[in-house]
Design a binder for this molecule. Structure first.
Ligand code: UD1
Length: 425
């Protein structure tokens, strides 16, 4: 956007079912980590199924700022090249704009023995500490120091260690797996996160020559290879289960039947189970993907967020939007980020009946919401407002669209293609 241009808004004026086909793009929460992991080796990497989202642009800038070449090859591919030394001083400005900037920590320390990085930005949904990343690195022999918001880590050599997580942190698992690929000996992470995006990163590292056992399980065992022992690789980014869930939620509130090409049933089992209990039906598509159908008003069902394989916290705003128009009352409990309820005020402005009790939201469904002007404060909250707009009579106008663009590849265009009355002004 150039100076003087008005900020974009999304305008929704919708009635009636959604029909047709939508392709689910690659996952934001995987591609950013894959991009960071490329710094572990020299050579040319090709990532395919890369979503067209702002966070990929920011991570591309971050990589360029330390000396990588990053080019978009069109058709959703990204080509990344490294040759020799990279800078290990990460731009505070860029790091502050992207939570996943912290994913450079493990790879840069593993390969070059040090990093200086500002504490990460990203969505503002409460305290997001990185103590588990730090204590894991320290267990592997690194020294870590914080000074005025900057983290400095030094580790001329990392050694394998037994690391026990009290909570399966996605980011800490990813960083410590990446850190361990060149460590002396074996690193075992007990209580590791099992999210499909973590597995995607591990599979990429294995394609680069890393030795990792237990991928997708809660105990990961990484046997260090010699520094310089990894090579470049090509990889297709896992499809985005949260974007898939956004189309499911859209059909859930608008009705209809939509084919989601590339949606991965296995990656979203608990969420699909809750959706089935609410009355949605799912069937597998020939050639990969999932058909979702909604023929009646949703039934209210209690949901709580949990680490994978539980219902992800990232689905929760979508679930609350769905329950806002369900038949009956339900309680949604947030177990990961107690502060992640900011969008409730906005949903209330659209007529949703939601009462908060600490980290529980009690939602009493109404038949339809009412259009109004609302603001997206983070990616998933923005998506939930879009879903709510599809469930509302009259016009819903959403500002703060930049948040949605951080994680959604043409959400408006994809919804319009399946018949939604939505546009971007
Ligand atoms: C990732 C996702 C985010 C998702 C979250 C949980 C990315 C870029 N973001 O975030 O969309 O909502 O997983 O599925 O992939 N914690 C600590 N200490 C730590 C690390 C985490 O206490 O060192 C706590 C956090 O405060 C939070 C919980 O653990 O309560 C989950 O955090 P984590 O799994 O690490 O999430 P992220 O990797 O930040």
């Amino acid at each position: 956007m150039t100076g003087g241009e008005a900020e974009p808004v999304i305008r929704i004026d919708h009635d009636g079912p959604l029909e047709g086909e939508v392709r689910v793009p690659g996952a934001k929460n995987s591609v950013l980590k894959l991009m960071a992991a490329t710094v572990l080796a020299d050579g040319e990497f090709t990532l395919t199924n890369v979503p067209g989202i702002i966070d990929v642009d920011i991570m591309s800038q971050l990589l360029r700022s330390i000396g990588s070449t990053v080019e978009s090859a069109g058709d959703g591919s990204l080509v990344i090249r490294h040759e020799g030394e990279l800078s290990t001083e990460v731009s505070a400005e860029l790091a502050g704009r992207l939570r996943a900037s912290i994913n450079l920590l493990g790879p840069l320390v593993a390969r070059f023995g040090n990093i200086q990085i500002a504490l990460p930005g990203g969505d503002d949904f409460g305290l997001r500490p990185i103590d588990m990343h730090i204590s894991g690195l320290e267990a592997m022999g690194a020294t870590c120091r914080f000074d005025a918001g900057i983290l400095t880590v030094n580790a001329p050599r990392l050694r394998g260690a037994d690391i026990r997580f009290s909570f399966p942190s996605v980011g800490a698992t990813e960083n410590l797996v990446s850190a361990a690929v060149f460590a002396d000996g074996v690193t075992t992470i007990y209580g590791a996160a099992r999210e499909p995006e973590v597995a995607d990163l591990c599979n990429f590292l294995v394609a680069m020559g890393a030795q990792i056992e237990g991928i997708g399980e809660s105990t990961l065992r990484i046997t260090g290879v010699s520094r310089g022992g990894l090579h470049s690789a090509s990889h297709r980014v896992v499809p985005d289960r949260i974007q898939a869930a956004t189309y499911i939620a859209s059909v859930a509130v608008a009705g209809g039947e939509v084919d989601m090409v590339d949606a991965q049933r296995n990656d979203m089992q608990m969420f699909l189970r809750r959706c089935s209990e609410m009355g949605l039906t799912f069937s597998d598509l020939d050639g990969g993907g999932l058909r979702v159908a909604a023929s009646k008003r949703l039934a209210a069902v209690d949901v709580q967020t949990l680490p994978y394989p539980g219902v992800a916290t990232d689905y929760k705003p979508l679930v609350i939007a769905m329950l806002s128009v369900a038949d009956g009352s339900a309680v949604v409990t947030e177990n990961l980020y107690p502060g992640r309820f900011k969008y409730v005020d906005e949903l209330q402005a659209l007529g949703a009946k939601i009462r908060m009790h600490e980290h529980h939201a009690e939602i009493r469904g109404v038949p339809r919401l009412q259009g109004a002007s609302v603001t997206a404060h983070d990616i998933r909250a923005g998506a939930a407002l879009v879903v709510a707009g599809l469930a509302a009579d009259g016009i819903t106008t959403i500002s703060g669209v930049g948040h949605i663009d951080r994680g959604y590849d043409d959400l408006v265009g994809r919804l319009r293609d399946i018949g939604a009355g939505i546009r971007r002004d």
